[in-house]
Structure formats: structure tokens, C-alpha cells
Design a protein around this ligand. Structure first.
Ligand code: HEM
Length: 328
């Protein structure tokens, strides 16, 4: 009994210290402890294996979790395939470059073999995104992303419609518009800037930033917030076509604060990145994270925790899909 009290006190203290509150909606840290004890480990091993083959997929998993949570909540709606009667979220232009679906399928298949009908696709995606941040660091043997745990118990949604994806942020939004949009989901400007730091990983395609360039042969750019030399780099990338990829920062597979340093040098790839340095309400936050990586990690981990709880489905409002690509 005494041991239990001490354990509870330590757990509460940890949650208070981290500034995070456990949701009252049936989620818990050890949700699968009895029903599927190896769930966490199975997802971790699957993500680790996949990233050893292709470390760039870490970015794909983190972005997929974000696109899932912002549309209809974290309910794996982004994972379902279109059918003849319904065009699903994943077929919207904003989602066409999402990557990492096979990793979720792989983990799901193993978990269905271990404990059929227990572990939701929404939880698998949330755990995979968290593990991606962690394994990016391990694989490179250098400082990397924050390590954090998340509550589990999300149910999978039964709706996935292309028209809902209109609510994903466009790369043309300015700092005030981003603050407003994230504010609608309950995030502060600081949390929005911290979450944008996920762009420390991965790439954007030319089609996402070419509107910032006057023409691809020009030596100057349309968007005055781009450093001239960097504008040339973007233009050069775009010469290879709309799908040509530009890393967000110099260390595309390392979770660090280099993204914010790039913004200070006016070398943000998307307009929506660079605007964070231009906006009066966000510039100081960018400077803070550029100076203090530990602060970025701490805020990122808290904001990811919060994002993972957006409009979570519980009970009969959701289901546990047998196949993440199909509603039961
Ligand atoms: C602030 C508003 C945001 C906007 C406007 C935005 C927009 C974009 C765009 C346009 C791309 C490139 C897509 C392409 O060209 O194929 C991208 C990539 C990415 N985004 Fe965001 N994003 C935002 C916030 C976030 C957040 C909150 C996260 C995660 C927490 C995130 C994670 C990523 C990652 C990791 C990539 C790289 C994906 C890859 O390499 O496959 N983004 N984002």
C-alpha cells in the first residue's frame, strides 16, 4: 500500500513537473498493460527497423500524426483508403506526399496477431510518431529529439473525407493566420512555433514554395523575406520540377534546433516557416528556440502530447479497426 502511494505520488509529481495533465477521457499511460502487454515494444521495434532502412521516414510519421490529429481529431482518419463511394483524406493534395503508411500497417499486422481487435490504429500512429522522434536520435549517435511518453486508448474514427482536409494549414499562411488556426485547436502561439519545429526533419517539394520565387532563372526572389543566396538555392531546386525536394534545414534527419537558426538567416523554406521570424508575436519565440535547444525540446514534447489528445474518440464514438486502411 505504502509502495503504491509512493508510486502514485511520483507519477503525479512527474505529470505536474512536466506541466501535462492526463485526460479524463479514458486514456492512460499503461492502457495496454493487461490487454496487449507488448504493444509499445512492438511499435518501437517496427519503427526502429524501418528507420534503420530509411531514416527519412521519421519525418513522414510525425507529419502523418499531425495531419491525423488536425482533421477530426487523432482517430487514424488519415490512414483509410478511398472507396468507390468516398474519397478519403489521404487523397487530398495536402496529404499526397505523406509517407510511412507501410510502417503502421506492419505494426498493426503484428499486433492483430498478438491481440486481435485491441490496439487502435490511432494509438499505433501516435506511438510511431513519438518513437520516430526518439529513433532519429539513436540512429545518428548524436543529440536528437526529446524522449517522451504518451497516454493511449484512442479509438479509430469512422469518417475520412477529402473535404475535411481544407482545415490543414497551407504553407501560404502568415504568422497571425497560423496563430489563429492553431488557436482554434487550443494551442498558444508558443506551442504553434514549437510544433512547427518538426520541420527540423524532412523536406518540402518545390510545389509548396515555388510561389515565393519570381521565376526559376531569376537571381532575385519575389518574397522579400528570403535571403538572396537562399532564394537562388530554392530556385535551383525547382529547376528539377514540382516534385524536387528541398530539406527544411541543413540536418534533415537530425532532430535539433537548426530549423530556427535557418529562420534567423532568412533561410526558411516555406512562407509559413519564415513568417514565424517576421511576425511580432512569434519572432521572440523563434529566437528563444534558436538560442536554447533544450527549451525547444521541452516545449515540443509538451505540445506533441497535447496534439495527441485532440478530439480523441472514446467508447462507441470509435472502433478498433482490423485493418488501418479500412473502416470496420
Ligand atoms: C505551422 C503550420 C504548418 C504548415 C503550413 C506545414 C506545411 C508543410 C508543407 C507544405 C510541407 C511539405 C509538403 C510537401 O511539399 O510535400 C510540410 C512537411 C512537413 N511537415 Fe509541416 N506544416 C506545418 C506544421 C507542421 C507540424 C505541426 C508538424 C508536426 C508536428 C509538421 C511536420 C512536418 C514534417 C515532419 C514534414 C516533412 C515531411 C517529409 O519529409 O516527408 N508540420 N509541412
Amino acid at each position: 500500500m505504502a509502495a503504491y502511494s509512493i508510486l502514485s505520488a511520483v507519477l503525479c509529481l512527474e505529470i505536474i513537473v512536466r506541466g501535462m495533465t492526463l485526460p479524463a477521457n479514458g486514456l492512460s499511460m499503461n492502457y495496454y498493460m493487461m490487454s496487449c502487454p507488448f504493444a509499445e515494444m512492438t511499435v518501437k521495434n517496427t519503427v526502429s527497423r524501418a528507420l534503420q532502412n530509411d531514416p527519412t521516414l521519421a519525418a513522414g510519421l510525425i507529419r502523418m500524426h499531425f495531419h491525423d490529429c488536425f482533421i477530426q481529431g487523432c482517430d487514424a482518419s488519415v490512414l483509410t483508403d478511398s472507396t468507390k463511394d468516398n474519397t478519403a483524406e489521404k487523397d487530398s493534395p495536402a496529404n499526397l506526399s505523406l509517407r510511412g503508411y507501410e510502417i503502421i500497417d506492419d505494426a498493426k499486422q503484428q499486433l492483430e496477431n498478438q491481440c486481435p481487435g485491441v490496439v487502435s490504429c490511432a494509438d499505433i500512429l501516435a506511438m510511431a510518431a513519438r518513437d520516430a522522434v526518439f529513433f532519429v536520435r539513436i540512429n545518428l549517435f548524436q543529440a536528437g529529439g526529446p524522449v517522451y511518453d504518451i497516454p493511449k486508448g484512442r479509438k479509430d474514427g469512422r469518417r475520412s473525407r477529402i473535404e475535411d482536409t481544407i482545415n490543414l494549414p497551407a504553407p501560404t499562411l502568415n504568422s497571425s493566420e497560423l496563430i489563429r488556426m492553431f488557436g482554434q485547436h487550443g494551442f498558444t502561439a508558443q506551442e504553434m512555433v514549437a510544433l512547427s519545429g518538426a520541420h527540423t526533419l524532412g523536406v518540402a517539394r518545390c510545389s509548396s514554395f515555388k510561389n515565393r520565387l519570381s521565376n526559376f532563372d531569376a537571381t532575385h526572389d519575389v518574397d522579400p523575406s528570403i535571403d538572396t543566396q537562399f532564394g537562388r538555392t530554392l530556385s535551383k531546386t525547382c529547376k528539377a520540377g514540382d516534385n524536387a525536394e528541398q530539406p527544411f534545414d541543413a540536418t534533415r534527419n537530425t532532430f535539433d534546433n537548426d530549423y530556427y537558426n535557418a529562420l534567423q538567416r532568412k533561410a526558411g523554406v516555406l512562407f509559413s516557416d519564415q513568417t514565424l521570424f517576421a511576425g511580432a508575436n512569434t519572432r521572440g519565440i523563434v529566437n528563444g528556440y534558436a538560442m536554447n535547444q533544450a527549451m525547444f525540446f521541452f516545449d515540443f514534447q509538451q505540445a506533441m502530447w497535447k496534439m495527441g489528445l485532440l478530439d480523441v474518440k472514446e467508447g462507441s464514438k470509435g472502433e478498433v479497426r482490423g485493418n488501418c486502411r479500412k473502416i470496420n
